[in-house]
Design a protein around this ligand. Structure first.
Ligand code: MG
Length: 346
C-alpha cells in the first residue's frame, strides 16, 4: 500500500443510501423523486482558515460542518460528501483522528462519503456536500421583504471571542472560554433548524463571514429579487436592535470591553449559525421551534425598504456596487453601519 493508499483506507466507509460509493471512477446517486439536489463546496487552507497545527479531529469535524451549515441554510437534508485533500505527508497519527472527526459528524447527519481525491501538497481541504430539498421548499437568501423580522440562532460572536482569546486579545472565564472554543473549533451545523424553517422563513443564510456581512448578502439578494425587472436594483435595508443582537453573548459573559464585544457580535465570522427573516405573523411558530432544535433563537431586528446608499445617490448600474444600509439602534441612537468594510476578524 503506498502512502496515499493509506488515505483512502481511512476514508473508505460503507454507504447507506447511495447506489455506488467509493471504488469506481465516480459514485452513483439515486435522487429522491420530487427533490432538488443541493450542492455546496468549501475550501479550508492551512494558515488561512485554520492553524497548521490545529487538532486534526476538530479539523475533520469542522471541514464537514461548515459545508453542512451551507446545506442547513438552504433547508436541505444532507446526503453525500466528497473530500479533496492535499497533505504534506500521509501521517497516520494525523489522518486517523482527522478521519474520525469527519466520520463521526457524517454518521450523525446520515452523510455517505462517496469519493474525493488525495495528493501531496501544502495542507488543504476541499469538501463538497450534496443534499436534497423538496422542490419549491429550499430556503433562499432572496425572499426577505420589508417588514419581515430578522432572527439569528445561537450566540452571535461566540466563535470570534474564542479566536480573540487564542490571540490573547481577551481573557475569558473557563465556562465562556470552553463554549467559545467549542463553537470555533467544532461548530454544530443547524441542520434541524434549517428543516424546521422550511415554509416559515422568507430568507436564510448561514453566518460565516460575520453578522453584518452575511445580512448584507441577504439584503442584496432580496433587493435584487424585489426589484426584478427594474432598471436599477437596490438592496433592502435593515434595522438591528443592539440589545437583542448582543443579548445571547452578554448572558454568557462578564464585561469584556465594549469594542471587543461589538466587533465579535457584528463582524465575527465562523459562528455557522442561521440568520433568517420571517413575517411577523410567524413569531409564535418560530418561538415554538426553539426547544426541538436546541439552538436558542433571537429576534434581532427587521427588514426595511430598498434605499440608496449612504450618500443618497443611486447606486451605479453595477448592482453589486450597491451597499445595503444597516442601522443599529442602541439606547435610542441610530447608527448606520457598513455591511462591507466593517471587519476586525476578517
Ligand atoms: Mg453560507
Amino acid at each position: 500500500v503506498d502512502e496515499f493508499g493509506l488515505i483512502s483506507r481511512y476514508f473508505t466507509w460503507p454507504v447507506r443510501h447511495t447506489a455506488l460509493g467509493v471504488g469506481d471512477d465516480a459514485a452513483l446517486i439515486d435522487p429522491t423523486p420530487g427533490c432538488l439536489t443541493v450542492a455546496a463546496a468549501d475550501m479550508l487552507v492551512a494558515g488561512v482558515h485554520f492553524f497548521a497545527d490545529a487538532d486534526p479531529r476538530g479539523l475533520g469535524h469542522k471541514a464537514l460542518a461548515v459545508n453542512l451549515s451551507d446545506l442547513a441554510a438552504m433547508g436541505a437534508q444532507p446526503r453525500q460528501a466528497l473530500l479533496g485533500i492535499a497533505l504534506p505527508a500521509a501521517d497516520e497519527a494525523w489522518l486517523a483522528p482527522f478521519a474520525d472527526g469527519f466520520a463521526a459528524l457524517a454518521e450523525r447527519y446520515g452523510v455517505d462519503w462517496v469519493g474525493g481525491d488525495t495528493t501531496r501538497g501544502p495542507l488543504n481541504l476541499c469538501v463538497t456536500v450534496l443534499g436534497e430539498v423538496p422542490r419549491g421548499m429550499a430556503l433562499l437568501r432572496s425572499g426577505a421583504r420589508p417588514g419581515d423580522d430578522v432572527w439569528v440562532s445561537g450566540v452571535p460572536g461566540l466563535a470570534a471571542l474564542g479566536l480573540a482569546h487564542l490571540r490573547g486579545e481577551c481573557v475569558l472565564a473557563a465556562a465562556a472560554r470552553d463554549a467559545a472554543l467549542v463553537r470555533l473549533h467544532t461548530p454544530e451545523p443547524r441542520v434541524a433548524l434549517g428543516f424546521a424553517l422550511r415554509g416559515i422563513a422568507s430568507a436564510c443564510i448561514d453566518v460565516s463571514d460575520g453578522l453584518l456581512a452575511d445580512l448584507g448578502h441577504l439584503l442584496c439578494a432580496s433587493g435584487d429579487e424585489a426589484c426584478a425587472g427594474a432598471r436599477v436594483a437596490m438592496p433592502l435595508s435593515a434595522e438591528l436592535e443592539w440589545d437583542a443582537v448582543a443579548a445571547p453573548l452578554t448572558a454568557l459573559l462578564p464585561p469584556i470591553g465594549d469594542a471587543l464585544r461589538r466587533d465579535a457580535v457584528l463582524a465575527g465570522g465562523d459562528d455557522y449559525e442561521l440568520l433568517f427573516t420571517a413575517p411577523a405573523a410567524c413569531r409564535e411558530s418560530i418561538t415554538a421551534l426553539t426547544a426541538p432544535t436546541t439552538a436558542p433563537l433571537t429576534r434581532i431586528g427587521r427588514i426595511g425598504a430598498a434605499v440608496a446608499g449612504e450618500n443618497g445617490s443611486l447606486p451605479s448600474s453595477d448592482r453589486r456596487s450597491a451597499e445595503p444600509v444597516i442601522t443599529l439602534i442602541e439606547d435610542g441612537r441610530r447608527t448606520h453601519l457598513r455591511s462591507r468594510g466593517y471587519r476586525h476578524f476578517g
